[in-house]
Design a protein around this ligand. Structure first.
Ligand code: AMP
Ligand code: MN
Ligand code: MN
Ligand code: MN
Length: 276
């Protein structure tokens, strides 16, 4: 029997649309054997998810996806098997969230300059919790019919030199990996193919992170093509890193990603699951 593992998902405690409880429920219905909730810079949904999963037939792993800075680029590091009450981790996440609030205000200021008013307040309305991410701004601009879809919002307003693009001082990768280890977790580089880096740069990133203590790489997610999987696996092997996988499910109605729906691939002995 195939084991279905989804170690990368988001609830409305970051930029997902659903509650932690609904995510666990939906993961069970999708046949997931292992599930982690990995909200951006937040562990607030974990207790609810864990409680709900406890009496049901699914292995729940406490997780988080932390934003970090590598040179001038944003990198995502997933922490798996963390103690979500660990003080150093919580302090770090709080710092990142302070940065997040300041950035949201700057995004809103940038959008105002091109005639989009009240973006901060309107994006806030879309967030069911206190968390405000770029996804909320994107969902808001689609709702307001400024753009047809999320990816066109990112292209037209929130990347490069566009009006809602703001550089962010996330904590360094070395600090983020430390927080995860301090909380007893495994540090995994999320979606390596998504950083728009040449293969040489990606290899250097992974080598540098390995020196900082990185434990694994997400070699599979919803959109991984066989070429992406092969590259990620090769870089993981070169650096003796574990393999992880996750859908990066967010649950918004206009998205096609589904929990547990990841390309079929046997993670084998290097699977992070064996070390959690
Ligand atoms: P933030 O953590 O606030 O910077 O928001 C990052 C989130 O925005 C990512 O986790 C994705 O969910 C989403 N995102 C980033 N770039 C894109 C894109 N080009 N298209 C759709 N969603 C994106
Ligand atoms: Mn996201
Ligand atoms: Mn990510
Ligand atoms: Mn994610």
């Amino acid at each position: 029997m195939r084991i279905i593992i989804d170690l990368h998902t988001h609830s409305y405690y970051s930029d997902g649309a659903l509650s932690p409880r609904v995510i666990v429920c939906r993961a069970i219905n999708a046949g997931c054997n292992y599930l982690s909730l990995t909200d951006h810079d937040s562990v607030e949904g974990i207790e609810e998810a864990e409680k709900f999963a406890k009496t049901r037939n699914i292995n729940f792993i406490k997780g988080v996806e932390i934003s970090a800075k590598y040179n001038s680029q944003s990198i995502h590091i997933v922490g798996l098997g963390i103690d979500s009450n660990e003080k150093i981790l919580l302090d770090g996440l709080q710092r990142n969230n302070q940065v997040r609030i300041e950035r949201a205000k700057k995004i809103s200021d940038g959008l105002r300059k091109v005639g989009i008013h009240g973006a901060y307040e309107k994006a806030r309305v879309l967030s069911k919790t206190d968390y405000l991410t770029r996804t909320h701004f994107a969902q808001m601009l689609v709702k307001e019919e400024v753009c047809h879809n999320i990816s066109s919002v990112f292209k037209r307003y929130m990347t490069g030199k566009k009006p809602g693009s703001v550089s962010v001082e996330w904590s360094s990768t070395i600090d983020v990996i430390k927080w995860i280890h301090q909380a007893g977790g495994i540090a995994v580089l999320a979606h390596p193919y998504r950083y728009k880096m040449s293969l040489t740069k990606l290899r250097k990133l992974v080598r540098d992170l390995k020196m900082e203590g990185l434990d694994g790489i997400e070699i599979l997610n919803s959109f991984s093509k066989s070429k992406d999987i092969a590259i990620a696996k090769k870089i993981a092997d070169e650096n003796k890193l574990l393999y992880s996988c996750g859908s990066d499910f967010h649950g918004w109605p206009n998205q096609t990603i589904e929990l547990g729906n990841i390309p079929k691939y046997d993670l084998g002995v290097n699977s992070v699951i064996n070390f959690l």
